[in-house]
Write a protein that binds this ligand. Structure first.
Ligand code: FES
Ligand SMILES: [Fe+2]
Length: 454
């Protein structure tokens, strides 16, 4: 795969490919059934089929300044943290579970420490996950410190510094990152992430299914109706979602300050390249527009949806990430990290954040009310537009395929299969037998077996 940076100096994202003419939906290309937006059973199956097999975006590497810096996350019930190791300065992820009796080792959302002490019985670990001390265990026969490191989580850091994790604990079936998102790297290289710095984060707590948010994210059919600000910043007729390999590239032409040569001068009120009025900015002469101070200040959208639950949205003054964290079938937390262009003035930063938060809040409100109706159980499925909503169809098909494939494996095995589970081969021999009893009693709440009839 080409890793050469593409025209960063110009910061002009590439244009979308041309549409094939006369694309039409075939009969039956509807949304997935609405029950998949409300069912606890389906949610548990999605965890095993999708979330515990996928590469999930967490954070940007620029958030880690020194060894020991860590950030804690919970994704679909899995608690983990990402930390910069003092041993090799690499960014690594670990389950936030003490190897002794499972108390969480990290208790803050973020912090910095090269020694992580468990506050239950005092075991401590280094920033590389290795057990340092287990009080009073020195004399215990058969206890090997090296066999009690924190459970690692598969981690991948991209060239651009995007940190991903994958909970699949079966090395045989983990799809390597570059194959999972084949082609993504060269597209992300159209944007110079190194020219941006962390600005702020915020969170929204949604009473809706994770797919309710993804449905809206994966199309801009709703934008002219629901996002007046966005629609005045970008030419909605040019908005295009192009499915790739487990990701989609979104394209849209920005409404530029400068008009094409053949067109008349712009109206004075279209002063910002967001189409929003800048405060306290000197107005350019209508006769001769000054060159923009920021040459990258007006490029077209470079937005990427990353299956299943993430978005990376690159604008000229800032880029931001979306972490969609499923909590239950009808509860999802949305987390946004915003990175602004280095040296950007505070007014422009604020303008961007206001713009972004307005759009995201508009989406949030759409999701809240949509989910209420999905919960009613009256609506079952809807028809998707072949082009305007092909991004929705694309990701829903991935959901359907992964769920169906995994469900078939579970049916063949006669029990739930959780790819994230870490079995302790050193545990007592009868653990397997005792787990089997539990399986037969359908008591494995963590694996969701109680939700399925076998
Ligand atoms: S659970 Fe952590 S020391 Fe016991
Ligand atoms: Fe939207």
């Amino acid at each position: 795969m080409a890793s050469t940076k593409v025209d960063i100096a110009r910061q002009v994202p590439s244009a979308p490919p041309a549409d094939e003419p006369a694309a039409r939906l075939l009969p039956g290309e509807h949304t997935l059934p609405a029950s998949w937006w409300t069912s606890e059973k389906v949610f548990e199956l999605e965890k095993r089929s999708i979330f515990n097999k996928s590469w999930l975006f967490c954070i940007h590497s620029s958030r880690f300044n020194k060894a020991g810096d860590y950030f804690r996350f919970t994704f679909a019930g899995i608690n983990f943290f990402v930390i910069k190791s003092k041993v090799d300065n690499q960014i690594k992820a670990f389950h936030n579970v003490c190897r002794h009796r499972a108390y969480p080792v990290v208790r803050k959302d973020k912090g910095s420490s090269t020694v992580l002490g468990c506050k239950y019985h005092g075991w401590s670990y280094n920033s590389d996950g290795k057990l340092l001390k287990a009080p009073h265990f020195n004399d215990v026969e058969g206890f090997v410190k090296e066999e009690n490191s924190l459970f690692p989580v598969n981690t991948h850091v991209t060239e651009q510094g995007l940190v991903f994790v994958n909970f699949n604990n079966d090395p045989e079936s983990v799809i390597p990152f570059d194959k999972w998102f084949e082609g993504l790297n060269s597209e992300l290289n159209e944007f110079d992430f190194s020219d941006y710095e962390y600005h702020m984060s915020y969170e929204l707590d949604g009473q809706f299914n994770w797919k309710t948010l993804m449905d809206g994210y994966q199309e801009c059919y709703h934008c002219p109706t629901a996002h007046p600000g966005l629609s005045s910043a970008f030419k909605m007729e040019t908005y295009k979602v192009v499915p790739k390999n487990r990701y989609c590239r979104h394209y849209a032409q920005i409404v530029r300050e400068e008009q094409p040569e053949s067109e008349p001068e712009p109206e004075p009120e279209q002063s910002s390249w967001f189409g929003m009025r800048k405060q306290a900015q000197p107005q350019p002469s209508p006769q001769k527009k000054p060159k923009k101070a920021n040459p990258g200040g007006e490029f077209n959208g470079l937005w990427v949806y990353l299956f299943p639950t993430n978005g990376i949205n690159c604008y000229s003054p800032a880029w931001y990430s979306i972490r969609v964290l499923p909590v239950s079938p009808t509860h999802t937390i949305l987390q946004y990290d915003i990175f602004t262009k280095k040296g950007l003035d505070e007014d422009t930063k604020k303008e961007f954040v206001d713009f972004l938060q307005l759009v995201e809040l508009e989406d949030f409100n759409l999701c809240q009310l949509t989910q209420k109706n999905l919960n009613e159980g009256v609506y079952s499925s809807g028809y998707l537009h072949p082009l305007k909503e092909r991004g929705v169809l694309f990701y829903q098909n991935l959901v359907r395929d992964m769920v169906k494939e995994h469900f078939a494996l579970e049916q063949a095995a006669g029990k739930p299969i959780n790819p994230a589970i870490i079995s302790n081969k050193k545990a007592n021999k009868d653990v397997q037998e005792l787990e089997e009893i539990c399986n037969q009693l359908e008591c494995g709440s963590s694996s969701g077996s109680s939700e399925l009839q076998w």
